[in-house]
Unconditional design. Structure first.
Length: 301
């Protein structure tokens, strides 16, 4: 069981260290987003998540998957590969409220109907569908190497009426191109690049620099690279060094998969694109050591 006082002190010390290192980058207000989850026992947050899922989502089996509809949020639809449990609410919630630190499109990120989004780790597609349905992007390129999730992404795009503006790329993204070993363990969020995965499959991998060069895509500061790559997040940025240096697209990148990622990303981005204004948000509440959850960057005024 968690010791709330000990967890609070540990997280507070981590925040003070980061605040001194990067003044203004990780405010107390941003660090405190959903801080109750750092403190409360998991059983309490799961009970609350189960109630929220029942209240806000309509879940019904459809073939081999589950169709999830969110009536109070424009009727957004996505498909899930396994029987839903309370953890599904955490995935939904991060797309519904800016108060969630995992919400990708808070300031300094600013999108409009002409923006292009490169969605690395698209998973079930709820972020992509929200961007397209809410007029935050004109096109989303969704990178998703897991075959099961690719199928569900296509179904979700059709159900949301956005299939013409969502380009699905069935490949991984990293620091270099070529085949990689991809973990195909059960669970949509378990898939990750892992050279040691016994049950993995070989999948093609590209870099964002290479992908955009091959397809003649010219990004700008109005576009967004969103990354939730289950541990390959820093590699994705390294593979987009040219884009970041030359075009300065907006960024929303998860930092919680590795203890060192937040610091390494901030320092690398400051060297690669000094014009970025950056923001760190939230603490991961399920990791042994407190870690910032999301990094955002933009050069827009």
């Amino acid at each position: 069981m968690k010791n709330p006082f000990a967890h609070f002190l540990t997280a507070a010390r981590a925040w003070l260290t980061l605040r001194r290192r990067w003044p203004g980058l990780f405010t107390w207000r941003d660090a405190a987003l959903q801080f109750h989850r750092v403190l409360l026992p998991a059983r309490l947050t799961y009970r609350a998540a189960a109630r929220a899922l029942a209240r806000h989502a309509q879940v019904e089996p459809e073939g081999e998957a589950w169709r999830v509809t969110l009536p109070g949020h424009g009727g957004l639809v996505f498909y899930w590969p396994s029987a839903p449990d309370p953890n599904l609410w955490f995935l939904i919630e991060q797309e519904l409220t800016p108060r969630n630190p995992h919400f990708y499109t808070t300031p300094p990120v600013r999108l409009d109907g002409e923006s292009r989004v490169l969605d690395v780790g698209a998973c079930e597609g709820l972020f992509a569908f929200r961007c397209l349905r809410q007029g935050l992007a004109g096109e989303v390129v969704a990178f998703e190497p897991a075959p099961v999730m690719q199928s569900l992404l296509r179904r979700g795009a059709t159900a949301n009426g956005v299939a013409a503006r969502l380009r699905l790329e069935p490949r991984a993204v990293g620091a270099r191109g070529g085949p990689v070993r991809f973990d195909t363990a059960p669970g949509a969020e378990a898939g990750r690049i892992d050279a040691t995965a016994a049950g993995g499959a070989e999948v093609p991998c590209t870099t964002l620099d290479e992908y955009c060069r091959e397809r003649g895509l010219a990004l700008s500061a109005r576009d967004l690279i969103k990354v939730d790559a289950e541990g390959a997040d820093l590699d994705v940025l390294h593979g987009a060094a040219g884009l970041i240096r030359d075009a300065a697209p907006q960024l929303a990148v998860t930092t919680y998969h590795d203890d060192a990622h937040a610091a390494e990303m901030v320092e690398w981005l400051r060297r690669t694109q000094p014009r970025y204004r950056m923001r760190l948000k939230g603490f991961a509440f399920w990791t042994p050591h407190p870690r910032p959850l999301l990094l955002q960057a933009s050069t827009l005024p």
